[in-house]
Design a protein around this ligand. Structure first.
Ligand code: MN3
Length: 202
């Protein structure tokens, strides 16, 4: 499809993961469902470009929702396909070390990951993640991936817009608080985070 996000080919044949992942499901999941997310995130991205051009943000809530929903879907599915392979392999010594340290044993990790993934309410994802703040592996449930926005997008600039962040000074004027924030952003810090993430993920 046209746009900056592109549906990746599966890294193996549609039937390569048989019998565990059946070919009809893989075809439907990749060619229809994942393709739908790619179309959606491109459409939202175009909508945002248009809004920027016209400086018209009246539809921003809808655009942001679509950007998060379809963007997260695209990114997670891309990772999901690449997280699977027809050939057997093992965690690297480094990853193994973290799994043993953070979950006790590989078997316990498996039980935990399965239980967490199984009990995600309705649609969602089970996720093993690296938590750099604690240098630790964590297992997470994502009930609605749009609520978690675009996974693997590492934040480089954040603003807390819960009322507790501004109410004493700005009362209900959140916009004034956000204006004020732009006077105190440490762009050196933001730029440093950005360059770290570029070198980490490129
Ligand atoms: Mn899916």
């Amino acid at each position: 499809s046209d746009g900056i996000y592109i549906l990746p080919e599966l890294p193996y044949a549609y039937n390569a993961l048989e019998p565990w992942m059946d070919e009809p499901t893989m075809r439907l999941h990749h060619d229809k469902h994942h393709a739908g997310y790619v179309r959606g995130v491109n459409k939202a991205t175009e909508g945002i470009a248009k809004a920027l051009e016209n400086e018209d943000f009246s539809n921003v809530k809808h655009l942001e929702r679509d950007l998060a929903f379809h963007g997260a879907g695209h990114i997670l599915h891309t990772m999901f396909w690449n997280n699977m392979s027809p050939s057997q392999s093992n965690p690297s010594p480094e990853l193994k070390k973290y799994i043993l340290r953070d979950f006790g044993s590989f078997e316990t990790f498996k039980k935990y990951f399965k239980a967490a993934s199984k009990s995600v309410e309705a649609s969602g994802w089970g996720i093993l993640g690296y938590q750099p703040h604690a240098d630790k592996l964590v297992v997470l449930q994502s009930e609605k991936h749009q609520n978690l926005s675009q996974w693997i997008t590492y934040p480089i600039l954040v603003i807390d817009v819960w009322e507790h962040a501004y109410y004493l000074k700005y009362q209900n004027r959140r916009g004034d608080f956000i204006d004020a924030f732009f006077n105190v952003i440490d762009w050196d810090n933001v730029s440093l985070r950005f360059s770290h993430m570029l070198s980490a993920f490129k």
